[in-house]
Design a protein around this ligand. Structure first.
Ligand code: SF4
Ligand code: SF4
Length: 342
């Protein structure tokens, strides 16, 4: 590990040199919002973004991805990772990536995800502007991000760059870095401590109390139906979530009826048919038939079910679900605080 400093006036030159040598994906403006996109020029990079529409997991686990091509009985893997630098990731999104790293490595490890993940260098950065619905300061407070290769903190006159792995250290070659002095390191630590206090929304209890109370509310069907009464079952709250990882797999056949591709696409437990199972002979069963049961499942997944194995809640407080919900009912803060305050 090393802690370096680069002057503000040398920063764009560093990014430009890195872009000449590597594919760099970072936050860029899309109309009034932000997305992670491949940089074509240094000017596009917007490290002052608040939150991106979709989380950076799309780089390792794309919304739609061919898993294999088949021709008769023969299948060919589509795993083809492209090395890249994922630049400018906020700490709550790194925590979400840590969760998907764990989950896609569990049991039958997902080689498609892992190959893309391995080929990516992740550089985190300070949150300069905060999303209006974020609550990252009040969830998983004891869980620190760990899957990144380096972290850039903006301080007076430049940036402190902490490298954590050899992939992160390799990037030092592209810029005029010098060793950070004690004052610069202290300023960076202060900036990163303070940013955690800046999220505007707040869950009013610690994770274990939340887990206990939310689990206890499971059988309150009327409450869950009330929470979900305006739900359109669109699944947007799932799709934008950095910790959701459900997908559907389909075989799509070419017109020759002999070849095709096995493709996976993101899916979401709020969609009406998510839990629909075939019983054969045209019959089916939907084991989460009501809006309330689907809404409850999502909140249980985020606040209760996975806490033990993930070491904290499966929600990192990014606020994307709140921003994306047309009915404005998806915000975990409103749901959890109402349950907690009982
Ligand atoms: S809670 Fe909101 S975003 Fe989620 S499915 Fe319902 S309407 Fe869509
Ligand atoms: S549940 Fe909402 S706030 Fe929590 S991680 Fe998912 S999108 Fe972000």
């Amino acid at each position: 590990m090393s802690v370096k400093f680069i002057k503000e006036t040398d920063f764009n030159d560093f990014v430009g040199k890195m872009m000449e040598a590597r594919t760099v994906v970072g936050p860029v403006a899309k109309k009034t919002k932000f997305v992670f996109g491949e940089l074509e020029s240094v000017d596009q990079l917007r490290l002052d973004y608040d939150v991106t529409i979709l989380p950076p997991k799309k780089l390792f686990f794309p919304p739609r991805q061919d898993l294999l091509k088949f021709h008769g009985q023969k299948g060919t893997s589509c795993i083809c990772p492209q090395p890249k630098v994922l630049f400018g990731v906020h700490y709550y999104d790194i925590k979400a990536i840590d969760q998907t790293d764990f989950l896609f490595n569990e049991n039958n490890a997902d080689q498609n995800y892992l190959a893309n993940r391995e080929a990516t260098t992740i550089i985190g950065t300070t949150i300069q502007n905060v999303s209006p619905r974020a609550f990252f300061g009040s969830v998983g407070k004891n869980v620190n991000p760990k899957g990144h290769d380096g972290f850039l903190t903006r301080i007076n006159g430049g940036w402190v760059f902490e490298t954590l792995t050899s992939k992160g250290r390799d990037l030092l070659d592209f810029g005029k870095f010098i060793d950070a002095d004690d004052a610069q390191k202290a300023e960076a630590a202060k900036v990163n401590t303070e940013e955690k206090t800046k999220s505007p929304e707040k869950i009013k209890a610690e994770g274990d109390v939340v887990a206990q109370k939310v689990r206890k509310s499971f059988s309150e069907d009327e409450l869950w139906e009330e929470f979900a009464k305006d739900c359109f079952s669109c699944g947007s709250c799932n799709i934008v979530c950095p910790t959701c990882y459900c997908f559907d797999v389909q075989d799509n056949w070419n017109v020759d009826q002999h070849s095709g591709a096995r493709t996976r696409s993101w899916d979401g437990c709020l969609k009406a048919d998510f839990a629909e199972c075939s019983l054969g002979q045209g019959a089916c069963e939907n084991f989460r038939e009501t809006k309330g049961s689907r809404f409850r499942h999502r909140i249980m997944r985020k606040a209760v079910y996975s806490n033990e194995k993930l070491g904290g809640p499966a929600c990192v407080g990014c606020g994307r679900c709140s921003l994306s919900c047309t009915a404005d009912i998806a915000d975990p803060v409103n749901v959890i605080n109402r349950i907690v305050e009982g």
